[in-house]
Design a protein around this ligand. Sequence first.
Ligand SMILES: [Zn+2]
Length: 247
Amino acid sequence: MQASSQQQATLLEVQHHDTTLLQLSHRRANLPQISQGLDLEAKLGSLQLKLVAIKTEISDICLAQAKADNDVQQVVQRAERDQQRLDSGAVSSPKDLEALAHEIQSLRKRQVELEDVELEIMEQLEQARTAQLEIEAQVAETITELEQVTKSRDDEFADIDALIDAETSARTQLASTLDSELLALYDKVRVDLGGVGAALLHRGACQGCHISLDATEVDRIRHLPAETVVRCEECRRILVRTSESGL
Ligand SMILES: [Zn+2]
């Protein structure tokens, strides 16, 4: 293939834009904010599960509390009724009186026990509510962090996208000045070889694969017409000769 030195030099400039575009898309795909955001979303998910669990626990404790309150109330009411019967004088048999007094005593004892249960439940409720507040604070904090990370990520995306747009249009403009066959060859090699299709021959080495050409090959290239499109023997990339090649 033949191409003027100017065309071959332009190819290196196109390559420069393509390399920059690759770097930009790599940077865009690997922004730390992306993995930070994923971590925060996972954290938020697990906090929200914890919140559901603690709310369920609180509602169970509230049910237990209502039951305990009711138990205490029943015992108190029964003791009051017994006390009224005792005070009313309606019960006269000493045996019945004794039984009634005994029951009142048992009920008072039971009331104390049930009130202890009530207190225990209140403590549990207080602890669970404190835990709920803590989890809610963590949720709010995580949401704020996630918003900040997302915003920072989107700002970076916008910056990188602007650079990609500028590079792409500069690349398109330059590529349009290239012979279509040369460009097609370059694009094919570039896609096949990880993004580098054309490389400078510099001090006897291919800047694409960084392998030094042997002296005979360098000598052969030196004597080729400037318009001949040379390919690296090692990597098959288009080897561009410029004044920097040191030939
Ligand atoms: Zn090479």
